[in-house]
Structures are given as structure tokens and as C-alpha cells.
Design a protein around this ligand. Structure first.
Ligand code: F0G
Length: 463
């Protein structure tokens, strides 16, 4: 599949932020002090920070300027109205409840609609989504088609739902609608590599769900990247604008949760949006207790302004070409070094496949985390493990550890922040890790929290 294309730089730099690569001995000390967990590193000890693409975007001059228009009224803010108009224009959903970030929108949606014993179906639920479903004593069910989990399968839409599995689940559980409150489609699918979902798959999944009277919602965090891939890869969409594609995509759903920290191009913010007023009214009840009044939802008026402006900018074809192009650029540099990775490259980053890279390190010794710590040691690059450290869980019945299907290392690229020279540094650093890879023995846990342990765990390298 064609990943790399020529792309222009559709912006120049107006403000700069200093970063430095601290000396190697200091990096070794910093990662040791951090308990070999990059979440514990002070950010000034990081040179190129690819921990996440969330909340790390550079805002545009337009976004900075609209901050001054923020209306900080507690109720009836004009900034809220501007956000509502843009969301309706982009998503086609007229009812909008702002939240402080994506997981807050999930919190409200799950509180409204999920009951104990329910099965929430989706392609792949993000970890906070899973967490909110589990907190309701319900079951998050991932139905991504099997090749979606094969890092080597070079397919255009690896975020697609397995429609046969969806039909089976709906047939078995949706009778009476007690057991499947909704289907949640995550675009793009973060957990398996930022992989897009095709329009055809969304259309078919939504038709199936409708047959069973089950609504479809989207986790829209990276919707623009998904829509760009539809235009590039799906027959019949090359002549459409990304905005038109987005309108079609959301027309198949009843609403969405949004982490605007990704494709809203802001540092904080999110929302819920609905087609239907009654559902929105229900959401507002919870929004007010969890987040804040209906017209600010835990955000400042200026944040609402920046989010509205960001949602307009993210659909620019030049921006998206550059964005996806940069991800492919890094992927290509890693290919030159023979680094195993998820294919094709995703929308928001490159996912390195740690299992073939470190075959000597078994899942219980966290091969992904071994690559993550080596990347920091070799070049001050901060990546994140999406493997056994993040996702292994103990079976409630047998007590056995269930390992995730893959041991991945995500190099998530913040939007509009780094140049391709930063990407060259990342690739060079990965080259140094490749040279050292046979020496890496993995790590062992010293302490862990009962849920989402990767954020706070402390580890030590095995000798
Ligand atoms: N949905 C998806 C697909 C996500 O990737 C995230 C966050 C959320 C929901 C939650 O949104 O952070 O605004 O509360 N992903 C970040 C990441 C943290 O690094 O991938 P949030």
C-alpha cells in the first residue's frame, strides 16, 4: 500500500519552545529515578516527546487569537453557541454538551445508557472507554476483524468491525435491547495502530445495529484522520472533500463522544454531540453534576473558542496531507532500519512491533517497555508501551494472566509540533536501539496499581 507521498508544509513557525537533549548519563539517571516508567519522567528531561498526540498539538495563530473572544459567562456563553454551530456543521449533530476532555464525555454517556450486565459492542474500545464500561459492571466487547490485529496484514481499513461477529452478538444479546445499549465505533482505532474504519463498514454496521434497534455512537477523537484515509483509500471517495466525508460518516450514528485533544487541535477539551434532543437532555443532567453547566462543561469560554476554530482547521486537506505524510515519513525511516512495525502506518503515529524485535523477551517481561526505556536512554525519545504492561489483565475466574494480542510501542506524533528533522532524530535513536536489541532482557514490576497500572507502575530492568 502506498504510504508515502509528497507533502508541503502548510504553515511556518511563529513561536518556538526550547528543548534539549540532556547528556546520556543524566538520561540513565532520569529513567532509573522514574522507575523505568516514562510517565514518571519530568518533561524537561525529554527531547522528542512522542508519548501521546493528545493535548499536545500546537494551536494556530487563529486559535490563539480567538481565545480573546472567549465569553466566560457561566450560562448562555456566546462561545458555547459558536462551538455548537461548528459541531453541527462538521458532524451534523445539533445538540452539544462540552466536557473537559474525551473521557468525561464517556463518563456521561456510560452513566446515561449502560446498565450492569450490558455488553457494549465496538471495534476496539480505548482504555478509558473500557474503564467506564467496566465501572458500570458491563462488558466492553471488541469486535475488530481478525486481520486488524495482525501487525503485518497490509490492509487499508484495519479498524473495521467484524460484521459477522457483530450480527452474532446483536442476535444473541440485543433482544429487548437490555443487553446491548449501543455500538461504539472508534475512528481511527487507536489500540491497533491508529487504523481507519471504512465508510462501507460503518454503513453496514449501522444498518445491522438499526435492525436490532440499537443506536450507533462514534468515538470521534481522530475522525478527521479517519476521513482522510477514506478519501485516500476507499473507492468512490477520492473526489469528495474530507468535510463531506465526515458528514456522511456521522450520518450513520446517533451521536459521538469527542476528545478534542486530538482532532480538535486543542490542549484541553471535549464534548458529547447528539442528533436527538431527548438524549441530549438526559446527558445535560449528568453533565451539570460531573462537569459544569450546559454551556461550559468544565471548560473556560476561551477553550470553547479554540476548539471551535480547531475543528474547522483540522479538515483542511493541506493540513491532513502534511499530518499523515509526516507519520508515513517516520514509518519509512524506520523501514530503512528494518524495524518491525504495524502496517500500514496509522493516522497519528507509528507503532513498532516489539515481539519480533525482541524475541528473547517474553510478554511477562514487557518487551515493549524494554524498547520504550531504550529509546529514552539512547536519544531522549519518549514513546509509550501498548502491550502487556498496559493491557495484560488477570482473569477474574481462573486468576491467570491474559496477555494482549500484541506487544506494541507507539510513537505518537503531536500535531503541528515537530519537523521532519525531529523525526530523523527519532529514527536515528531507533537505529541505536536496534543495535542493542539482543542485549535487552526486559523488566520486572516492583509496584503496580489495580487499574490502568501502566501510568504509575515502577519497574526495574532484568540483568
Ligand atoms: N478515545 C480515544 C480513541 C482516545 O485515544 C482517547 C485518549 C480517549 C478516547 C480519551 O480522551 O484523553 O481526552 O480523555 N487517548 C490518549 C492517547 C490519552 O494517548 O491515546 P481524553
Amino acid at each position: 500500500m502506498r504510504e508515502r507521498r509528497e507533502y508541503a508544509e502548510p504553515f511556518k513557525i511563529k513561536a518556538v519552545e526550547s528543548i534539549q537533549l540532556i547528556p546520556r548519563d543524566m538520561r540513565l539517571q532520569a529513567i532509573s529515578d522514574a522507575g523505568y516508567n516514562v510517565f514518571n519522567l519530568p518533561s524537561e528531561a525529554v527531547y522528542v516527546d512522542l508519548l501521546t498526540d493528545s493535548g499536545t498539538s500546537a494551536m494556530s495563530d487563529r486559535q490563539w487569537s480567538v481565545l480573546m473572544h472567549g465569553d466566560e459567562a457561566y450560562a448562555g456563553s456566546t462561545s458555547y453557541r459558536r462551538l455548537r454551530e461548528v459541531v453541527e456543521e462538521v458532524f451534523g449533530y445539533p445538540y452539544v454538551a462540552p466536557t473537559h476532555q474525551g473521557r468525561a464525555a464517556e463518563h456521561i454517556l456510560m452513566t446515561m445508557l449502560v446498565k450492569p450486565g450490558d455488553r457494549v459492542l465496538g471495534n476496539m474500545h480505548f482504555d478509558t472507554t473500557q474503564g467506564h464500561i467496566l465501572l458500570k459492571d458491563a462488558e466492553p466487547v471488541d469486535l475488530v476483524f481478525p486481520e486488524g490485529l495482525d501487525p503485518q496484514a497490509e490492509l487499508p481499513f484495519k479498524g473495521n468491525i467484524d460484521l459477522a461477529a457483530l450480527e452474532r452478538e446483536l442476535g444473541e444479546h440485543a433482544a429487548g435491547r437490555q443487553r446491548v445499549p449501543f455500538v461504539l465505533i472508534t475512528v481511527t482505532c487507536n489500540n491497533n495502530g491508529g487504523q481507519p474504519v471504512s465508510m462501507a463498514n460503518i454503513r453496514d454496521a449501522s444498518r445491522l445495529a438499526r435492525q436490532y434497534g440499537v443506536p450507533v455512537f462514534f468515538d470521534a477523537a481522530r475522525f478527521a484522520e479517519n476521513c482522510y484515509f477514506v478519501r485516500e483509500r476507499e473507492p468512490g471517495y477520492a473526489a469528495k472533500s474530507v468535510a463531506e466525508i465526515a458528514r456522511e460518516m456521522f450520518s450513520y450514528g446517533a451521536g459521538c463522544t469527542m476528545s478534542a485533544k486530538k482532532d480538535g487541535l486543542v490542549n484541553i477539551g471535549g464534548f458529547l454531540a447528539f442528533r436527538d434532543e431527548a438524549t441530549y437532555r438526559q446527558a445535560v443532567q449528568w453533565q451539570i453534576v460531573f462537569e459544569g453547566f450546559a454551556t461550559y462543561g468544565g471548560l473556560a469560554g476561551r477553550d470553547l473558542e479554540a476548539m471551535a476554530q480547531g475543528l474547522r482547521e483540522v479538515l483542511s486537506p493541506e493540513y491532513l496531507e502534511n499530518r499523515i505524510g509526516q507519520v508515513s515519513y517516520l514509518a519509512e525511516r524506520l523501514d530503512e532500519l528494518g524495524v518491525p512495525r504495524v502496517r500500514p502506518a496509522g493516522g497519528h503515529g507509528v507503532y513498532v512491533d516489539a515481539r519480533p524485535m525482541l524475541p528473547q523477551v517474553e510478554p511477562g517481561r514487557f518487551p515493549g517497555q524494554a524498547v520504550v526505556t531504550a529509546l529514552y536512554e539512547e536519544g531522549g525519545v519518549r514513546a509509550v508501551e501498548l502491550g502487556s504492561l498496559a493491557f495484560a489483565r488477570r482473569d477474574a475466574k481462573t486468576g491467570e494472566t491474559i496477555y494482549p494480542p500484541n506487544e506494541l510501542v507507539r510513537l505518537a506524533i503531536p500535531r503541528r509540533v515537530y519537523t521532519d528533522r525531529h523525526m530523523d532524530h527519532v529514527a536515528r535513536t531507533m537505529g541505536l536501539v536496534m543495535k542493542r536489541r539482543h542485549e535487552l532482557r526486559g523488566l520486572r514490576l516492583l509496584s503496580e496499581a489495580p487499574v490502568l497500572r501502566h501510568f504509575t507502575a515502577r519497574l526495574e530492568p532484568l540483568p
